[in-house]
Write a protein that binds this ligand. Structure first.
Ligand code: NDP
Length: 331
C-alpha cells in the first residue's frame, strides 16, 4: 500500500499533529504519458501554514481531506513518458505521498548526485533563490553597509547573511538560541548575532550591534523583532519583507507600532515580495548561487529529519525553531 498525508483540520493558531492524518491507497501505476515517482526528500516550509487556512493567499489553500504538497525531490521508478527514464531524479511541487504518478508537467530534472539532492530544496531551490533575489533586487547591498537579518539561522536567513558578506556588508543576525548564534558566527561568518529570546532590551542590543545604524533589514519574521530593528534604520534604508513567521499563528487582531513615520523620516523603502514575482531572474540567481557554492564562498546547513511519518512533526518544528538551516525530511 502507498502511504500519504492529508489535511485533517484547519489549524486555529499554532498547528498541531491532529491537523494531519495518515492514509493509505493502492500503489499508483503510471499510465500512458505518465511517470511513477518515489519520494526521496520533502521540504517543509513556513508558507505552508498559510495554505492550511481557508482564505486563499498568493497560493491556493490546501483542501480538507486532500493530500498536502510541498517541494519534493523524487526518483523516477517507472516511465511511460519519453521525457523521463527510470532512475532520473526530479524536483517539483508534489503531494506528501510515498509514491505518486505525474505527467511530468512542472517538474525539473536535476543532476543525480546523492551529495546535493536535498540542496535543490534549499540553497539551490526556492529558499536560496528567495535569499538572493530579495537581497539583491530589493536590498541592493553595497560594500560597507550594515545588513541585519531576522530568522538568520534558517534556510533563507543563513544565505542572505552570507551573500551580504560576499558583497562586503557588515552582517548582523537575529535568531532564537545561543547554539544558532555560534553557527552564524562560525559557519556563516556573520559579524554579530543577537538572541532575541534571551535579550531583554532588543532595540538597545540592535543599536549596540549596529553602531553605524541599519542600511538593510531583511525581514523574515515580522512582529516585535521587526519593530525593534525599525528603531535603528538609517536614511535610505531598504527593507525586503520576505516573511512574517512570528505572526503566522496569530488569532487575535494584530496591533503594532505604525511604521509610516519612521519610513517617511528615513526616506526608507519597505517592499514585500514573493519569490515567484521574479521568475525571470531564477536562472541568473541559480547560476550565481552554484558558482559561489562551488568556489566555496557560500555554504549551507540542513536539518535532516528521517522518515516519511515525521513530515508533520518536522513542519511543526519550524515554529519552535527546531531547525538550523533548511528543514528537510529524508524519506
Ligand atoms: P526557516 O528555515 O527560517 O525556519 C523558520 C525559523 O523561524 C525557525 O527556525 C525559527 O528560528 C524562526 N521562528 C519561528 N517562530 C518564530 C517567532 N515567533 N519569532 C521569530 N522567529 C521565529 O524558514 P525559511 O527560511 O524557509 O523562511 C523564512 C521566512 O521567509 C518565513 O517567514 C517564510 O514564510 C519566508 N519565505 C518567503 C518567501 C517569499 O517568496 N517571500 C519564500 C521563502 C520563505 P529561531 O530559532 O531563530 O526562532
Amino acid at each position: 500500500m502507498n502511504k500519504f498525508i492529508l489535511l485533517n483540520s484547519r489549524p486555529v493558531g499554532k498547528p498541531v499533529l491532529s491537523d494531519f492524518r495518515f492514509a493509505t491507497e493502492e500503489m499508483p501505476v503510471a499510465d500512458d504519458g505518465e511517470i511513477l515517482l518515489k519520494t526521496l526528500y520533502v521540504s517543509v516550509d513556513p508558507y505552508l501554514r498559510g495554505r492550511m487556512n481557508e482564505e486563499k493567499s498568493y497560493v491556493p489553500s490546501f483542501e480538507l481531506g486532500k493530500p498536502l504538497q510541498s517541494g519534493i525531490i523524487a526518483e523516477v521508478t517507472d516511465s511511460n513518458n519519453s521525457g523521463y527514464k527510470i532512475g532520473d531524479i526530479i524536483s517539483g511541487n508534489l503531494e506528501w505521498k510515498e509514491y505518486q504518478v505525474s505527467t511530468g508537467k512542472g517538474l525539473q530534472t536535476i543532476p543525480n548526485d546523492e551529495n546535493y539532492l536535498s540542496a535543490y530544496l534549499g540553497i539551490l531551490g526556492m529558499t536560496g533563490i528567495t535569499a538572493y533575489i530579495g537581497l539583491t533586487e530589493i536590498g541592493v547591498p553595497k560594500s560597507g553597509e550594515t545588513l541585519i537579518v531576522s530568522g538568520a539561522a534558517g534556510a533563507v536567513g543563513s544565505i542572505v547573511g552570507q551573500i551580504g558578506k560576499i558583497v562586503g556588508c557588515r552582517v548582523i543576525g537575529i535568531t532564537g538560541s545561543d547554539q544558532k548564534i555560534a553557527l552564524l558566527k562560525s559557519k556563516f561568518h556573520f559579524d554579530e548575532a543577537i538572541n532575541y529570546k534571551s535579550t531583554v532590551d532588543l532595540p538597545r542590543a540592535i543599536k549596540a550591534a549596529c553602531p553605524d545604524g541599519v542600511d538593510i533589514y531583511f525581514d523574515n519574521v515580522g512582529g516585535k523583532i521587526s519593530d525593534a530593528v525599525l528603531n535603528n534604520i538609517n536614511k535610505h534604508a531598504r527593507i525586503p519583507l520576505c516573511g512574517a513567521i512570528s505572526m503566522y499563528n496569530d488569532t487575535s487582531q494584530l496591533l503594532g507600532p505604525y511604521v509610516q513615520p519612521v519610513l517617511v523620516s528615513k526616506s526608507a523603502l519597505m517592499q514585500g515580495f514573493i519569490v515567484s514575482d521574479f521568475a525571470d531572474k531564477f536562472t541568473r540567481a541559480k547560476k550565481q548561487l552554484i558558482e559561489w557554492l562551488m568556489n566555496g564562498e557560500l555554504t549551507y546547513h540542513e536539518t535532516i529529519v528521517e522518515g516519511f511519518d515525521e513530515i508533520p512533526q518536522a513542519f511543526l518544528g519550524l515554529f519552535e525553531g527546531n531547525n538550523e538551516g533548511k528543514m528537510i525530511v529524508k524519506v
